[in-house]
Design a protein around this ligand. Sequence first.
Ligand code: FCB
Length: 450
Amino acid sequence: MTTQFPSDFLWGTATASYQIEGAVTEDGRKPSIWDTFSHTPGKTHNGDTGDVADDHYHRWHDDIALMHSLGLQAYRFSIAWPRILPDGTGAINARGLDFYDRLVDGLLAAGIRPFATLYHWDLPQTLQDAGGWANRATMDAFVHYADIVARRLGDRVHDWITHNEPWCISFLSHMLGHHAPGATDAALAFQVAHHVLTSHGLAVPVIRAAAPGAQVGITLNLFASRPESDSEADAAAARRHDGYLNRWFLDPVFGRGYPNDILDLIGPLAPTMEPGDLQAAGVPTDFLGINYYNPTYVRASDSAQGLFKTSELTPQDYQARGFQLTEMGWPIDPTGLRDVLLRVHLAYGPRAIYITENGIATPDTVVSGRVDDPGRIAYIDGHLRATADAMRLGVPVRGYFLWSLMDNFEWAWGYSKRFGAVYVDYATQQRIAKASAHWYKGVITANSLD
Ligand code: FCB
């Protein structure tokens, strides 16, 4: 059955600065927490770093031409804070701003609408040395940085995302320790989450003032939290999981403060707040960005993830239940995206939604100059149909950004996971559009799926 999208539906791809740019010491950039983390032995697969990545800092012009040739209408990229303010605060580095200025002009000349994310995890190391996101001063620094960037680009960039995935910034990076700065302290993670959410809210009016007419939102990674059985214990585990992964972020962003069930659960680990913080975090926004990759089935457990007493099924469990897995070991289930979209729409009612990331790592190889990635085509196809299902039920999804434009530095997984629609040969920096990129172009052109 043909699935038609509205004529103004926006088709794009997404990237993030540290994952693609390289040139980490060029033009005045100083280290971010990801430079430090990736250079620390044992933190990333194979010791991989973003030193060179896709060398996009030098190849941006060709990369825009590539996007244009693929029919892309929008591009979500992130700005590297340590290029703009190498120490996080203080002196502005003009050459850093100039880079994004050129990039934006190049995108517009190619007819591609820029969506700028201000924070996609590359915190200036100097700020980390002063306590990072646990320090309230980092919130002020972020708002100042947002103001500088919006003043420079706001005449041409109309779509702004404050933060990418606050759950990853806080829990994945400060409680589970998998991402920079690699801390393992639950109380710290809650404090970080609070400052990230508050800084989002403080930045929104500043961006609007600097960039008249701007549409401003935040991107959350949301999970379809499902119980693995019908038992009451597993249902309660799924509610706790949903509470700390989804509601802990959705509730304050939509002006409701933190969810009581999770506050009860964490007791003294709750963040320290100041008057006005929650009001700031709940500032009305123009859209919500949603990143979705997979559903999560959980069961009650006394030991695992101690605090939340839940454990997630393992990749083997998922396989035994008939799920196909991605190269990341994540189960594939587009109904999870439909459920997340519907739930957010019904429970929170954002004015508009963009799917700011969705995609899959597949085992791509070059054969006779071509890269066939049927798994990626099937994944995108399924998730677009799920999106259309949600839209038919009234969910205001305005656009879809495939993660990612091209293979890149997949954080702790280094270069071992390929998410791109475009293949990157890291030895030569050659780009090869995969079969999925050609297929996606067809979808964009038709504005429909057959
Ligand atoms: C998301 C990140 C993005 C990328 C994808 C696979 O959590 O926002 O940078 O790593 O996962």
